[in-house]
Design a protein around this ligand. Structure first.
Ligand SMILES: Cc1cc2nc3c(=O)[nH]c(=O)nc-3n(C[C@H](O)[C@H](O)[C@H](O)COP(=O)(O)OP(=O)(O)OC[C@H]3O[C@@H](n4cnc5c(N)ncnc54)[C@H](O)[C@@H]3O)c2cc1C
Length: 386
């Protein structure tokens, strides 16, 4: 029995949602999986080519309405994230950052001119975007950011450094959040703007099939029209992060599912003490426990998707989903790794790649500790952040 059959997950999905899932899975199997080991080992992906492929597949900003976006439901978007992350968290990150951070910021807070200029080519994957909130000294506490935007006549001049920015060096536009006299505001910084540089961060052992960069803004002069008119204060970027986190609730379960499928197949073939590894009780207990966590995580993801479609989902509920599903996915990846024994440490199997990728997923879009604190505040009424 397939682990998802145990929980009859498919019965919760519409035909269209199942179709979208199959389409994304087919493309992952055909075009992505055969290259993943190389991309991961080399720490380099053909980002532009991939973006165009994802654009053609229709997954970039697929949950947004208009401007060349598909306007699909939250569960469809989640299932696409699940299939992409079953391939590699880095590829899901490319899609999440493009659609849920960069495009969403423009879609939600941009002017009509900004939307018309950027969203159609970004949906098609002809243009890539990134989202610069984190700084070297401010990750979990972005309110302290030092990047500043100061008025100079009718222009804005930006100075500062953004760190750990996914898609940074391959982006055509960076959504950069900066302190102004009127609080935190968002700016669209085009690649090639004088004073703007993006440098890749090297030596990562996690999310190697993903571009991660440092953005330096050294007196970058932008016109007033570069500012996102609809975003004021930290709630602007935080709302974007909530969108991306939702995709992770599903995505992490994709990585977990790929690990579990691999471990079940391996345990069936591997003989130890003259019997299949799968026939030992300890192995079966591991598999049963993992199937339970996977099933519960998928049920939670679909439930949150339906709440999102109904427009009633709260940020705390997204935090609950992200905290639980990433934590459990990581645990599943680690346990699957033990089932594979020494083979589990090689890239011949996807498990160790998922495990190290999930370490990043545990940290970005709000660390597990911060999401625990969000839930702690919701449960007690006391904020324990500071
Ligand atoms: C691969 C990757 C890609 C990323 N992509 C992007 C991107 O595209 N755009 C972007 O803006 N950012 C991105 N990030 C940054 C990411 O969002 C931050 O790393 C994250 O918010 C944590 O910030 P930090 O690394 O500075 O850790 P810190 O904030 O320094 O936290 C260090 C530790 O302290 C804990 N901690 C912090 N505050 C508290 C507290 N109040 N109580 C208890 N514990 C606490 C944290 O949970 C963590 O365990 C990315 C990160 C990675 C690894």
């Amino acid at each position: 029995m397939h682990p998802t059959t145990l929980f009859a997950i498919d019965g919760l999905l519409t035909e269209e949602e199942r179709e979208i899932r199959s389409t994304v899975r087919r493309v992952c199997d055909r075009d992505l999986r055969p290259n993943l080991t190389t991309w991961f080992e080399e720490g380099a992906i053909p980002a532009r080519e991939l973006a165009r492929q994802f654009g053609a597949l229709g997954v970039l900003g697929m949950h947004l309405e208009g401007y060349g976006c598909a306007g699909l439901g939250a569960v469809s978007y989640g299932l696409a994230c699940l299939e992409l992350e079953a391939a590699d968290s880095g590829l899901r990150s490319l899609v999440s950052v493009q659609g849920s951070l960069a495009m969403y910021a423009i879609w939600r807070y941009g002017s009509e001119e900004q939307k018309n200029e950027w969203l159609p080519p970004m949906a098609a994957g002809e243009r890539i975007g990134c989202f610069g909130l984190t700084e070297p000294d401010f990750g979990s506490d972005p309110a302290g950011m030092r990047t500043s935007a100061k008025r100079d006549g009718s222009d804005w001049v930006l100075n500062g450094t953004k760190m750990w920015i996914t898609n940074g060096s391959v982006s055509d536009v960076a959504v950069v959040w900066a302190q102004t006299e009127e609080g935190i505001r968002g700016f669209l910084v085009p690649a090639g703007a004088p004073g703007f540089t993006a440098r890749d961060l090297k030596h990562k052992v996690s999310l190697r099939a993903s571009v991660t960069s440092e953005l330096v803004l050294d007196g970058v002069r932008l016109p007033q029209e570069a500012m996102l008119p609809g975003a004021r204060g930290l709630s602007g970027p935080l709302r974007c992060l909530n969108e991306a986190r939702f995709g992770i609730v599903f995505g992490a379960m994709g990585a977990a599912l790929d690990c579990l499928e691999t471990a079940i197949a391996y345990a069936g073939e591997r003989e130890v003490f003259a019997r299949p590894l799968a026939s030992f009780q300890l192995t079966q207990e591991k598999l049963a426990d993992m199937a339970l966590e996977l099933g519960k995580g998928l049920l939670l993801a679909v439930h949150l998707g339906r709440l999102k479609e109904a427009g009633t989902i709260t940020p705390e509920q997204v935090s609950a989903g992200k905290l639980n599903n990433v934590r459990e996915a990581l645990e599943i990846a680690r346990t699957c790794r033990t089932i594979l024994g020494a083979s589990g440490i090689t890239l011949e199997y996807p498990v160790i790649r998922h495990a190290v990728n999930l370490e990043s997923v545990l940290t970005y879009e709000g660390t597990s500790e911060i999401h625990a604190l969000v839930l702690g505040k919701a449960l007690t009424g006391h904020a324990a952040f500071a």
